[in-house]
Write a protein that binds this ligand. Structure first.
Ligand SMILES: [Fe+2]
Length: 288
């Protein structure tokens, strides 16, 4: 990782996700109801879902997957600086293909997932959700992989994400890192990746303003007969309060508060692999 590259990325924030699903209408119904998003169907059975601080693209496909994570820059100049830094590194840039971005590009990560970078389209007309929800800003996305080493190299050295924490299995002789958390602005992580026995989506998280918002989200979900899947707890890594639910496709959705902030210059830290890294209060979802 060069300082130029990570400096150019600094300030980018997660803007939206793209899922593919065999039944986009069913997925749009679920996310519209649960997260309070208004849905707009576009050509080809795709849906754009939007609400305050969060939006999702759903496209039709044979099996559920997360195909895109889009990061936005505040200005065209910041986007151009990052584009130049990536191009100088010889990276192949692709069209972004996102209906929410006015300009930008995409790159494919080693697991074949698109990471989009751009500036948002100020002229896009989006429907307004019919109901009000507690705050919940799309803040981070997490994936699982069978080859954590190459994902770490790509996100750090090729894209310039700053590692905030590694989770390390100190008993392992080889490949001791079991998870890596990355930031692209002062929030502890906007992206993270776990070692696992399959390459798959892991979860996406919505940051709220306080503990009471966590309660209000749990009450909202209870009204829809959706039970908490993990938590409430406090993550060791990132120090955020959280709970998770599971969507009908097995993907986890997290509500989070009090996520740690980490200055740009802070060097990567480590946590011992084990439940405590993932939940200071109790049991943990161990991916490996
Ligand atoms: Fe999370």
């Amino acid at each position: 990782m060069t300082d130029d590259l990570s400096d150019a990325l600094w300030g980018a924030q997660l803007d939206h996700l793209t899922f593919i699903c065999p039944d986009p209408a069913q997925m749009a119904d679920f996310y519209g109801s649960v997260l309070g998003l208004a849905a707009q169907q576009t050509e080809g059975q795709s849906f754009l879902l939007s609400g305050p601080g969060r939006r999702i693209v759903i496209r039709p496909g044979e099996q559920f997957d997360q195909t895109g994570s889009a990061f936005r820059f505040e200005t065209a100049a910041a986007l151009e600086r990052y584009r130049a830094a990536l191009t100088a590194g010889g990276l192949n840039l692709k069209p972004h293909g996102s209906p929410f971005l006015a300009d930008g590009f995409a790159v494919a990560d080693p697991d074949g997932r698109d990471i989009q970078f751009g500036i948002t389209d100020p002229d896009i007309m989006l429907p307004v959700p019919a109901d009000t929800t507690p705050p919940g800003r799309l803040q981070h996305v997490v994936v699982a992989t069978t080859d954590l080493g190459q994902m770490i190299r790509f996100y750090e050295q090729t894209l310039g994400f700053r590692p905030s924490d590694y989770v390390v299995d100190e008993t392992a002789d080889e490949r001791p890192v079991t998870a890596a958390f990355y930031r692209s602005d002062p929030e502890h992580h906007s992206f993270a990746v776990f070692r696992a026995d399959s390459t798959r989506p892991d979860h996406h998280a919505y940051e709220v303003e306080c503990w009471n918002d966590i309660r209000d989200w749990a009450d909202r979900l209870a009204e829809r007969d959706i039970q908490i899947w993990w938590g409430p707890g406090r993550h060791g890594v990132g120090n955020n309060l959280f709970f998770m639910i599971e969507d009908p496709w097995g993907y986890k959705i997290e509500l989070s508060a009090e996520l740690e902030t980490v200055p740009a210059e802070t060097e990567v830290r480590t946590w011992a692999h084990g439940p405590r890294a993932l939940n200071l209060w109790g049991n943990a979802w161990m991916r490996s």
